[in-house]
Design a protein around this ligand. Structure first.
Ligand SMILES: CC1=C(O)/C(=C\N=C(/C)C(=O)O)C(COP(=O)(O)O)=CN1
Length: 456
């Protein structure tokens, strides 16, 4: 079969350059060995995150010129509301400036002190907002998701028995909702199957427990369902996305990922009373209920981005580029999370640096070493990201100690992927010389963003 290329041509470029090795060694030291604290100008290929880093299309840029900056009732809000109703099927839309704002509102509205919020693996901001509302996150993802080498095609599936046991143990009235992410970030961008989601819907209906859907990367999850789940090979991505959403009661979305914008998010609901409560919250924290912290132009770009996110050629190219990098690394013998994820390739730092204990922060050390080698910026997704246990104050020690190479949408070429793969290979060959790190400064919340480290 013939090669295929991206379904777009480039009409504007943003020059990037690689600074010298000695400048990179200085820069990472200045940044306390935390890639989040590097300046963008010190970075050559930025794989820190796919959040807000994607390239917009000419249609989205045109939409930016159509900003209706009326304080109340902006045209752009109604275009956004319509796009969400059409593509995702939720009835009511509360705009927010980004995903964690929607998580904050829904957590405050639904969670009471002492509640349990089961979910398919944690995400950092989602879990924190559940805890800030008095809840305890409880992992109900299948065990295979915690094994980086297990090739289960739907690692984000829920272990229904785990969930039912939790319900029986705690009582349905202590479980305000089940939190389901599509394409689970911390597991390595892994999908949930439609079959499992349907079974989950049936189980939650039995106990009258809502499902709140973190739909940040729902189109990527839909792509894996189309590729891997029997009966969906000929179903359009748009239909699979709509079907997924129809099995849930509401959603939070960081639109900075799948929906191809640099800022934006929303809370979508089917319950009118909850919608009114959320509208009342949004004016306290985000802005009027028809802009929620976004400018009109941002909402227009988002409405257009939603339509582009389910385009068959787009999503095939987007996930295809991640698979390309993943397969190159597998060929090189680099330990990565399998199957390759939807939005990034996750290096198995525990296996790459067996001489470092988790207390020596292997993923943090590997991300710093990669940056020094090539100016490629990646993100720690291990013990630092896992934070501390809110009871004991001890580190949470996740099975997955990973470095995420996160691919922005429509921003880099295949040549960039080759440069990244060769840099990972170079660091891998020199891995015994990667030394551990220790905390130098540790903030209270989401410590991975602002911690500073020192070499041990
Ligand atoms: C699955 C999921 C995320 O991945 C997410 C943010 N992710 C970031 C920033 C990332 O680098 O993965 C958020 C928070 O969204 P926000 O960064 O506040 O727009 C919610 N859910």
């Amino acid at each position: 079969n013939r090669s295929w290329a991206e379904p777009y041509r480039i009409k504007m470029v943003e020059p990037v350059k690689m600074i010298s090795r000695e400048e990179r060694e200085e820069a990472i030291k200045e940044a306390g060995y935390n890639t989040f604290l590097l300046r963008s100008d010190e970075v050559y290929i930025d794989l820190l995150t796919d959040s807000g880093t994607s390239a917009m299309s000419d249609r989205q840029w045109a939409g930016m010129m159509m900003g209706d900056e009326a304080y109340a009732g902006s045209r752009n809000f109604y275009n956004l509301e319509e796009a969400i109703q059409e593509y995702y099927g939720y009835d009511y839309v509360v705009p927010t400036h980004q995903g964690r704002a929607a998580e904050h509102i829904i957590s405050q509205l639904l969670i009471k002190e002492g509640d349990y919020v089961p979910g398919n693996m944690y995400f950092t901001t989602t879990k924190l907002h559940q805890e800030l509302a008095g809840g305890t996150f409880t992992d109900i993802i299948i065990d295979e998701a915690h094994d980086p080498e297990n090739e289960h095609p739907f690692k984000a599936n829920v272990n229904l028995e785990k969930l039912e046991n939790l319900i029986k143990e705690k009582g349905a009235d202590r479980i305000p909702y089940v939190s389901i992410a599509t394409s689970v970030n911390m597991a390595g961008g892994q999908p949930i199957s439609m079959k499992n989601l349907k079974a989950l819907r049936a189980l939650t209906n039995k106990y009258d427990i809502p499902i709140i859907h973190d739909m940040t990367r729902v189109a990527e999850n839909a792509y894996f369902i189309k590729q891997r789940e029997e009966g969906y090979e000929d179903v359009p991505i748009k239909e699979i996305v709509h079907k997924i959403c129809s099995l849930t009661d509401g959603a939070t979305m960081s639109a900075k990922k799948d929906a191809l914008v640099n800022i934006g998010g929303f809370l979508a609901l089917n319950d009118k009373k909850l919608y009114e409560q959320a509208q009342n919250m949004v004016v306290v924290y985000e802005g009027l209920h028809t802009y929620g912290g976004m400018a009109g132009r941002d909402m227009e770009a988002l409405a257009i981005g939603i339509t582009e996110s389910v385009d068959e050629d787009h999503i095939r190219a987007r996930v295809g580029q991640v698979q390309y990098l993943g397969e190159r690394l597998i060929e090189m013998g680099i330990p990565v999370v399998r199957p390759i994820g939807s939005h990034g390739v996750f290096l198995n730092a525990k296996k790459i640096l067996p001489h470092l204990s988790q207390d020596e922060l292997p993923a943090q050390a590997l991300a710093a070493a990669l940056y020094v080698d090539s100016g490629v910026r990646s993100m720690e997704r291990g013990v630092v990201s896992a934070g501390r246990n809110q009871e004991t104050g001890e580190h949470n020690y996740p099975a997955l100690e990973l470095v995420r190479l996160t691919i922005p949408r429509r921003a880099y070429t295949q040549a960039h992927m080759d440069v990244v793969a060769e840099s990972v290979e170079a660091v891998y060959k020199n891995r015994e010389n990667v030394s551990g790190l220790a905390f130098d400064y540790e903030p209270e919340y989401l410590r991975f963003f602002q911690s500073r480290f020192k070499k041990v």
